[in-house]
Ligand binder design. Structure first.
Ligand code: PEP
Ligand code: MG
Length: 841
């Protein structure tokens, strides 16, 4: 039905072309026209028009053709709102037919004319008439012979001759492109890239600048920066006598743009055109306020600008490009901050494979923790530690990892496992440590008995052989390819300092060890928001005194065990305070699910019996008596502190003594002490009384003053509901969203992995609630906790310290809920800083 003429607009400096109605390409071309750049004549079709075309209506094709000189060739290109959403491929040389072929043969020669015609027929056959691509792509005869064959094939396959009327050709191209956009596959693909359900497509019809013929003719692409590094560098290619993006496809015969020792360049071949191009590119950068990749054609020495799209860029390039645009005064600092995707920053925080490096791939799996590292293969954690002791970098290769491997992981520079996925032990620990990690490399052979690693192609590697694990791409490579260092360079630092100026929510790190604390400082965390003290006892030489303490039967035994733990804890805290140099350090008192500290197998029981000088049967009985049906809901957190108060007494003493120690040579330290898993106000009162008493005792003994603050982890639903009375006894409340999520959903955080992907796939949960805070349910409890906490204590400081603290969407929720700071794993601190800045802009 043609009841209404769909809208068709010739792009002129004054025509109103807007992105939401015509798409980004049309908008960009209009800007180029306004800048008076040599853009071929272009007509834009709006989203509505294209939608109607897909439904069967057709705009007045003659009117479109009348915009162009008779005999002009045209091309049609897609113009979606965001170029990343893709779209149907461009079709070039529309209008070409037998009659024009004769004319072109006279003007530019039969070979060039044949190439134009053949290209059009091939594209039309495949994309418009939907004929078998193999038939056409196989025709490689050059010149007129190739053309005749393409035309003959078309007629044979389509059972009609190739259409000669330019109006028919153009209408059919428009129709096929409009319909391709509305197809289900295309829609799913773009939705995966963030396009909305009803994303529209505009089309532009542009007069061809030919790129073939007499004089210097050709086409190419140019940009002023390197897409990987973001540093200024003229990149792109040019190919004489070519169209479209052929220059990129034919690397060997194409030219460099700028003079280059590796081969001939456009600068040498056509210096004037090159100079003009550079000028145009610089103008586009300034006026379009972005680094653009320019598609251009040279026709008999004259430059035409066909199109511009934002350059593709790695996260590191995105940061540098945005920074330089702001430094050059082209965009504001705020805009620069908005242009970098926070999650992409993780890639900058690790060493990466040089994108130019040669890769000798021997296998692959899930890219579980970003960054790349090279080292010698080891097959066990003890070998990893031995290797680290010798100062040799090693890659820990395991079927899968378990808590016993944590020390081996610390000693290795990367981890490779046969089994596992994104949330397997190796993946989670790897990300926490910032350790490159590839898991689930099931197509490689892991022969632990014979100490061989078999590549996917059958090559064998033994202990000591050098391999590289690329946790960013999931590849495993032989040897030591070239790397680029983590990009914590000046550009990164400056950019992040801009972010810090904008944000209005604090960012601290969860850090348990001196190494974590150093990383946190390096990434400019504003303190430690959660130090899980039980994690300080995972090391082999420490787990025994911890077990003795848990095991002690009599008050005397327990006292003795605690006396051994005290100096260790004091030294730990002193070091943390020193590293953090006066910044806040929030120490959480023990929250061990007890079973994690008890031996689980015979060998472990024997070791423990030896250490305690008890018969194995005694130890076994006691371990059994301490067993809990549901340890995550058992004698955990503050419950342990109430049942066995001497434990928290010891920790409080260690904290206070360390406070005095660290304040001796630096700014006075004000420790924050936090109680885990609180559900009742009385728990806080009881523990607080004892801690105050310990503080008084230490002040007395040492004759020195110090301050401290006491806070409560809000990680049970009841604590949220009773936050008003709890806050009356606390200086701060920190929402432990891991446990709070577990308890709100009644979902075991350790077992949810088994069905989580089914749940997410079937849309039961939009997202794993352990990764992205559930703002509806868990969020409502937090909002209640915030409101009631402030009611009970107007000055109470509020934070979150669960895994969600590093997730940009969860940070948005926290800011909205009025939380003062988030605390996340050290490697996510920069992500959180940028995400927080973007929220404030
Ligand atoms: C939490 O529950 O959110 C939390 C931070 O504590 P943990 O993960 O140690 O239980
Ligand atoms: Mg918790």
């Amino acid at each position: 039905r043609q009841d209404q003429d769909p809208e068709v607009t010739l792009i002129t400096p004054t025509a109103p072309i807007a992105t939401p109605t015509h798409g980004g390409r049309a908008k960009c071309l209009q800007r180029l026209v306004r800048l008076d750049l040599p853009v071929p004549r272009t007509v834009a079709l709006s989203f509505d028009t294209v939608h109607r075309i897909a439904k069967g209506a057709m705009p007045d094709i003659r009117a479109i053709l009348d915009e162009y000189p008779a005999g002009a060739l045209l091309c049609v290109r897609p113009s979606s709102e965001d170029p990343d959403w893709g779209g149907p491929g461009s079709v070039l040389n529309i209008g070409m037919n037998d009659a024009l072929f004769v004319e072109f043969s006279d003007s530019i020669g039969p070979t060039a004319a044949s190439a134009l015609y053949k290209r059009f027929v091939t594209a039309y056959a495949i994309h418009v008439a939907r004929l078998d691509p193999d038939v056409f792509e196989e025709i490689d005869a050059p010149g007129q012979e190739g053309l005749s064959e393409v035309l003959r094939c078309y007629e044979e396959e389509a059972e009609e001759p190739f259409p000669q009327d330019p109006a028919v050709q153009l209408a059919e191209v428009l129709r096929s492109m409009a319909r391709a956009w509305e197809g289900t596959t295309a829609r799913l693909l773009r939705q995966a890239k963030g396009a909305p359900m009803d994303a529209g497509l505009g089309l532009i019809v542009q007069e061809m600048a030919l790129g073939v013929g007499d004089g210097e003719c050709g086409s190419g692409v140019l940009q002023l920066v390197n897409s990987e590094t973001g540093l200024p560098q003229i990149t792109g290619r040019y190919l004489s006598q070519s169209q479209g993006r052929e220059a990129l496809k034919c690397e060997r015969s194409s030219l460099f743009l700028e003079r280059d020792p590796r081969g001939p360049s456009l600068e040498e071949q056509a210096p004037d055109a090159f100079r003009k191009l550079k000028e145009y590119a610089a103008l586009m950068r300034e006026k379009l306020r972005a680094e653009m990749q320019i598609e251009f054609t040279i026709e008999n020495g004259q430059v035409h600008i066909l199109d511009g799209v934002r350059v593709k860029r790695s996260p590191r390039a995105a940061l540098r490009i945005a920074l330089r645009l702001a430094e050059d005064g082209i965009i504001s600092r705020q805009e620069a901050l908005m242009r970098v995707e926070p999650r992409g920053l993780t890639e900058l925080l690790h060493r990466q494979l040089d994108p130019e490096a040669e890769r000798d791939r021997i296998g692959g799996g899930v890219a579980a923790s970003p960054g790349a590292a090279t080292g010698r293969i080891v097959f066990s954690s003890s070998e990893a530690q031995a290797s680290a002791a010798r100062g040799e970098n090693c890659i820990l290769v395991r079927r899968e990892t378990s808590p016993e491997d944590v020390r081996g992981m610390h000693a290795a520079v990367a981890v490779l496992t046969e089994r596992g996925g994104m949330t397997s032990h190796a993946a989670v620990i790897g990300r926490g440590l910032g350790l490159p990690c590839v898991v689930g490399a099931a197509r490689m052979g892991f022969r632990h008995n014979s100490k061989r690693l078999v590549a996917e192609d059958g090559r064998e590697f033994g202990e000591g052989d050098i391999i590289t694990v690329d946790g960013t791409s999931g590849q495993v490579l032989a040897g030591a390819p070239k790397m680029i260092e983590a990009a914590l360079d000046d550009a990164f630092q400056t950019f992040m300092s801009w972010a810090d100026e904008e944000r209005d929510i604090g960012v601290r790190a969860n850090a348990d060890t001196p190494a974590d604390a150093a990383t946190a400082r390096n990434f400019a965390a504003q303190g430690i928001g959660l130090c899980r003290t039980e994690h300080m006892f995972f090391e082999a030489d420490r787990i025994t005194p911890m077990r003795e303490m848990i095991f002690a039967d009599s008050p005397e035994d327990r006292k003795a065990a605690l006396a051994r733990l005290l100096p260790m804890q004091r030294a730990d805290f002193t070091e943390l305070f020193r590293i953090m140099e006066g910044m806040p350090v929030c120490i959480r008192l023990f929250d061990p699910p007890l079973h994690e500290f008890l031996p689980s197998d015979r060998a472990g029981l024997r070791d423990l019996a030896e250490a305690l000088d008890l018969p194995v049967s005694d130890v076994t009985r006691r371990v059994e008596s301490m067993g809990e049906y549901n340890p995550m809901l058992g004698m955990r957190g503050v419950r342990l502190g109430i049942a066995v108060p001497e434990i928290y007494d010891m920790q409080a003493r260690a904290i206070f003594e360390a406070t005095l120690e660290a304040s001796r040579d630096g700014a006075p330290v004000v420790p924050e002490i936090m109680l885990p898993l609180v559900s009742a106000c009385r728990e806080v009162e009881l523990v607080r009384t004892r801690i105050d008493a310990v503080a008084a005792a230490v002040r007395n003994e040492r004759g020195r003053e110090f301050d401290y603050s006491l806070g409560v982890m809000v990680e049970t639903p009841r604590a949220c509901l009773r936050a008003d009375e709890i806050a009356q006894h606390a200086h701060f409340l920190s929402f432990g969203t891991n446990d709070l999520t577990q308890m709100t959903y009644g979902l075991s955080r350790d077992d949810a992995g088994r069905f989580m992907s089914d749940y997410v796939q079937q849309g039961v949960f939009a997202e794993d609630p352990f990764h992205r805070l559930d703002s509806d349910g868990v969020g409502e409890l937090i909002r209640i906790g915030v409101a009631r906490g402030r009611e009970g204590n107007g000055g109470v400081m509020l934070s979150i310290c669960g895994e969600h603290g590093g997730d940009p969407d969860s940070i948005a929720f926290c800011r909205d809920a009025g939380i003062d700071y988030v605390s996340c794993s050290p490697f996510r601190v920069p992500v959180a800083r940028l995400a927080a800045a973007q929220l404030a802009i």
